[in-house]
Design a protein around this ligand. Structure first.
Ligand code: 13P
Length: 686
């Protein structure tokens, strides 16, 4: 249930954040205007310059989009889910405020693509907050869709993609236009109010006085003339129908309203749109002037619509040589019409047929090109479904190619390392060999009662204190022995470990023993992934991964067992098996965490059977295991990792096994149950 809940919530969060992040990234100016609205409601707009609100808009979309993608692919699961929870807590607090105080009419969560009321936004955020809390509770239950080594590529590419989307949209125009002024929109139709549309409703209250007493009345209970009128108040109780275009008007410089004239003109009209001429980009004025010349030549009316006043218009004319007429339109309307200052609109009658950023104005190098041809020169002609597909391809294709390139590079590196001459290889490892710890560890399994265990531990402790071993010695005992045995051990000589720990932190798990409990006995190690537990107690790679994380979290070092079965060895699949076991449960760790892992290679066919892998067989696979660790964490980490051999290891075969460069000691079962046998193996290091 936890896995299903975590993954379901992760998908809901991912899709919502990718959508809201991309919609914002594809219209950075729209998001900037919304941020400005919020700051205005807080009385802070004067302190936030335009560049700051624009950068905040781009950063906000990048954060949302990246969190969405990281959630989808389950990248850096713990960090992403913590960041997601923090983000949702902050956003929910803001939406509680807008639901109560109503400072903005639309939250702007999804740009202009989906408009929610403040109450709908609050409800949405409460659901998302619950999802974020669920994912935060069980981050490691999210299935990864991208391998760990490829994550850095996805992280960088996602951030780059989001920033590039914002920049392209700023330079050109948003690829998706959700506003009522999109190409194909009929401005007159957008202003129409249907005959049966709901009208705005008003209520009037009258204040009247009689014999010094004042009372409020409505038209329904208006009293007789003995009452004297004092005051009246009229309030709007419902807004009625508001058409999508309700504030578009064009006032010429002489004060006449030219809206109807322009929108009912039969042919084409050019409208150069600049909400603020003071802040308009004047770098493309030459192209604009050429289009004005073209308009005159083809008898096409041309106006510049702005909210700026005479002085700014005069300044614009001075610096650009503009000769076209100016007209006045509401600033917010102009900002809604086109996300470019200045931007160009081409109308045919009341219908918008072309829309260009000043950075990509239509090419009229041939002044005889017909206006019909010109109107098709905007780059927004693709249907929306094609545009969505293009955006997805722009994200997926480069990401896939980068990942393939990275994996190929890692693979060739691995091949190159394998080609190093064997002699050179061994010499190299031998010099490094001194860096890692030699260990002989005992695994008592389910043997010995408490008294027998204490006696053995004491005997070993005494023997090895008297005659210092040349290696680290560990005994791993059943849980029941740990606390008592810990009393008798000098752990500088013989360290103590458990044979298992739970995959849960604490709580109602009858019979289980947590990593924290193991640690509290004084133990320093725990064996995890032993083939007997994998086989008889169905411990899966996922369960082991949890156990490893909990053990490390509680300060225990892990002896992590891997090894193939007889059938797998016969099918020559041993390398594949051990690699998958490492990848399944410990390769999620950071290099720093991995420093606390001791690997024990234990071929299942050799455990307790009397069959030992030959020293050559063992060395081959140990060298392979080290190369896999090197591929994952680098050569230095690999050189520092102790890899023990386990499986019918005894005093007679230990010296030959331990002489091999990649065998750093043993994990001993049967032969660890008698002090003399165990000491015989420890002495192999002498
Ligand atoms: P034996 O040494 O008894 O073969 O057992 C090896 C083992 O499983 C250690 O964990």
């Amino acid at each position: 249930m936890k896995t299903i809940a975590a993954n379901a919530c992760r998908i809901v969060l991912a899709l919502t954040f990718i959508f809201s992040g991309y919609v914002k990234a594809s219209d950075p100016l729209g998001t900037q205007y919304k941020i400005h609205d919020y700051l205005e409601a807080l009385g802070l707009a004067a302190y936030a310059p335009d560049w700051l609100t624009l950068c905040s808009s781009i950063a906000l979309s990048a954060v949302e989009f990246s969190l969405g993608i990281f959630m989808l692919f389950a990248i850096r699961r713990r960090a992403t889910s913590a960041a997601m929870l923090l983000f949702m807590m902050a956003m929910t607090a803001i939406t509680v405020w807008i639901a109560i105080a109503d400072p903005v009419s639309d939250c702007g969560c999804f740009g202009d693509a989906v408009i929610l009321t403040n109450m709908q936004t609050l409800a949405k955020n409460i659901v998302l907050l619950a999802c974020a809390a669920t994912v935060y509770a069980w981050p490691l239950r999210m299935y990864r869709f991208i391998s760990r080594p490829a994550q850095w590529i996805a992280i960088n590419y996602t951030i780059l993609f989001s920033l590039a989307s914002s920049i392209v949209s700023l330079y050109l125009l948003p690829p998706f236009d959700f506003r009522p002024y999109h190409i194909g929109a009929d401005l007159l139709k957008g202003m129409e109010i249907p005959a049966d549309a709901p009208q705005p409703q008003f209520t009037t209250t009258f204040v009247l006085e009689k014999n010094g007493e004042r009372k409020e009345f409505t038209l329904d209970d208006y009293p007789d003339s003995t009452w004297t009128f004092v005051d009246s108040k009229t309030v709007q109780t419902s807004e009625g129908y508001v058409p999508p275009i309700h504030d578009f008007s064009i006032q010429l410089e002489d004060g006449t309203d030219a809206t109807d004239n322009i929108l009912t003109h039969k042919g084409y009209t050019f409208l150069l749109i600049s909400p603020h001429l003071e802040t308009a980009d004047d770098s493309n004025f030459g192209d604009i002037d050429r289009i004005y010349e073209y308009a005159k030549q083809h008898d096409i009316p041309f106006y510049c619509l702005t909210a700026s006043t005479g002085k700014a218009i005069q300044h614009w004319q001075d610096i650009t040589g503009a000769e076209y007429p100016f007209a006045n339109t509401d600033e917010t309307t102009l900002k809604t019409v086109i996300r470019s200052n200045p931007g160009l609109l081409m109308l045919r009658g009341p219908v918008i047929v072309g829309k260009w950023s000043h950075n990509a104005l239509p090419d009229i190098s041939d002044p005889d090109v017909s206006p019909d041809k010109l109107q098709s020169l905007h780059d927004n002609t693709r249907p929306a479904s094609q545009k969505v597909l293009l955006v997805i391809l722009w994200f997926i294709l480069p990401l896939t190619m980068l990942t393939l390139a990275d994996r190929t590079w890692a693979w060739t590196k691995w091949i190159r390392r394998k080609r190093v001459k064997p002699q050179q290889h061994i010499k190299h490892l031998k010099t490094k060999n001194n860096m890692r710890k030699k260990i002989v560890a005992g695994n008592w399994k389910m043997n010995m009662n408490l008294q027998e265990g204490i006696a053995l531990a004491k005997e070993l402790n005494d023997t090895l204190t008297a005659e210092k071993p040349n290696c680290g010695v560990i005994i791993c005992t059943p849980f029941i022995h740990l606390a008592s045995v810990a009393q008798f051990l000098n752990q500088d000589v013989v360290a103590l470990g458990a044979e298992n720990c739970a995959d849960k932190e604490k709580g109602a798990f009858t019979g289980e023993v947590s990593a924290e409990m193991v640690k509290s006995t004084g133990a320093q190690y725990v064996i995890l992934g032993h083939s007997e537990r994998r086989e008889y107690y169905n411990e899966t790679p996922e369960i082991l991964k949890e156990k490893v994380l909990l053990a490390l979290k509680n300060g225990l070092k892990v002896i992590f067992c891997i090894g193939e079965s007889k059938e797998e060895r016969e099918a020559n699949k041993q390398n594949e098996v051990v690699k998958a076991e490492l990848e399944g449960s410990v390769f999620n760790l950071t290099a720093e965490e991995f420093a606390n892992i001791v690997i024990a290679y234990e071929p299942i066919w050799a455990i307790g059977t009397g069959l030992t892998a030959t020293a050559e067989q063992a060395e081959d696979i140990h060298a392979y295991i080290r190369s896999v660790v090197a591929e994952k964490y680098g050569q230095e980490v690999a050189d520092n990792t102790s890899i023990l051999y386990g499986g019918s290891c005894k005093a007679s075969n230990a010296p030959e096994l331990f002489a091999k460069p990649d065998i750093d000691g043993g994990l001993i079962g049967g032969a660890s149950l008698k002090a003399a046998d165990f000491k015989g193996i420890i002495d192999a290091w002498k």
